[in-house]
Design a protein around this ligand. Structure first.
Ligand code: HEC
Ligand code: HEC
Length: 321
């Protein structure tokens, strides 16, 4: 009798959990298999749509070696590197499915990449996401990194815009985008992307941004960077203090004396090394988030209102220039 009881006790604390655990594992493996299978089916279904709608620009093998590509500027993306510009994930990471879906749905403003929302159903666009991922092995080997969170927006005021202008100057955005944001900075000529195609630094006065034009979108774009382009990620570079910016001589060749004096006066108001070090992790984050929004507000303020004539032809600006 005692032996039987012992057996039950042993069974309950030893074997049963193992048994249940292995059942859980089996279910997990099965679920993964089902998900893989449905993604494979989606990719197969996407292939047909791809051949009709995307192949003329992006090519049969997703390498953009097409006749149309020769005439297009910017060139259609080659999918074979698995490198994507418009992501919510950090620099160097794969995009999420949702990122690709968004690009396919909205297109890329100011380029020949159409917005497919009107022409393809949601299911067709979802299937295309799975299909274009098959062109690069990176999607088999890696998972996208965690998305960069976009904190709650702060209101744009003349004060935040003025702060943003100084941040733009000291972070040297003007090197490519120019002093007034027209994309004509000293390093702007001869920029090339990773696919060795010439690329222009964006002209902020134009508005309609490729990665979306809301404050939210711009925050995301310069914090994730545009992979494959000379536009770096600025996520970690918002830490600067009064002492770190005491030497402004490297701006002399491009910014006017008056501008440099303005910057120097602003630098004087910045937090000191000592005070920065005394901040808690949370307080630092609040400061950096504020700085990032200020820069967004400034960049956004550079958009110039255009007349009706421009608006009529604003699609495909790169194509028709
Ligand atoms: C008329 C030519 C054209 C057609 C047709 C076209 N694209 Fe594009 N596509 C482009 C161009 C040009 C770019 C690059 C834009 C850039 O780099 O700014 C691009 C970029 C992309 C990107 C990459 C965005 C990123 O984050 O880097 C995806 C994804 C994409 N296209 C998907 C598709 C799909 C799916 C189809 C078919 C439904 C399609 N494209 C049809 C021209 C085209
Ligand atoms: C080394 C040159 C370079 C520097 C420095 C640079 N950028 Fe860019 N930036 C580019 C290029 C090139 C593009 C266009 C990418 C494209 O068309 O795909 C771009 C595009 C952008 C875009 C627009 C993306 C879109 O959605 O159309 C924003 C916003 C931007 N940059 C912000 C900034 C800010 C803010 C800074 C400074 C903190 C900065 N850039 C510094 C080269 C640069």
């Amino acid at each position: 009798m005692r032996n039987i009881r012992m057996f039950f006790v042993f069974f309950l604390i030893g074997v049963l959990p193992c048994f249940l655990w292995s059942q859980d594992k089996k279910i997990e493996i099965l679920e993964k298999e089902i998900k893989k299978q449905s993604l494979r089916e989606a990719a197969n279904a996407g292939e047909k749509t791809y051949k009709i709608s995307c192949l003329p620009c992006h090519g049969e093998h997703g390498d953009s070696e097409t006749e149309a590509a020769e005439y297009l500027d910017p060139k259609p993306r080659a999918f074979t590197l698995g490198e994507y510009k418009f992501r919510s994930t950090p620099s160097g990471s794969l995009p999420t499915d949702q990122n690709l879906f968004r690009t396919i749905t909205n297109g890329v403003s100011g380029t020949s990449m159409p917005a497919w929302e009107k022409f393809l159903s949601e299911q067709e666009r979802q299937n295309l996401v799975q299909y274009i991922k098959t062109f690069s092995r990176r999607f088999e080997q890696w998972q996208p990194d965690e998305e960069i969170l976009i904190p709650e927006e702060i209101a744009s005021t003349p004060g935040t815009i003025a702060q943003g202008e100084r941040i733009y100057q000291i972070m040297e955005c003007w090197a490519c985008h120019g002093n007034t944001g027209k994309g004509d900075g000293p390093s702007a000529s001869n920029l090339k992307d990773e696919w060795q195609n010439p690329i222009k630094a964006y002209d902020f006065t134009m508005g309609n941004y490729k990665g979306g034009s809301s404050e939210h979108d711009i925050y995301r774009t310069f914090n994730t960077g545009l992979s494959g382009t000379p536009m770096p990620s600025y996520y970690d570079t918002f830490i600067f203090t009064k002492e770190g910016l005491s030497d402004l001589s490297n701006f002399e060749s491009y910014l006017s004396k008056q501008e440099i004096e303005g910057i120097a006066a602003w630098v004087d108001t910045l937090i000191t090394d000592k005070k920065f070090e005394a901040l808690t992790e949370e307080q630092r984050e609040v400061l950096l988030i504020e700085r990032r929004w200020h820069l967004v507000h400034y960049v956004k303020s550079l958009t110039r209102e255009r007349g009706w004539f421009y608006k009529l032809f604003k699609q495909d600006t790169e194509l028709t220039k």
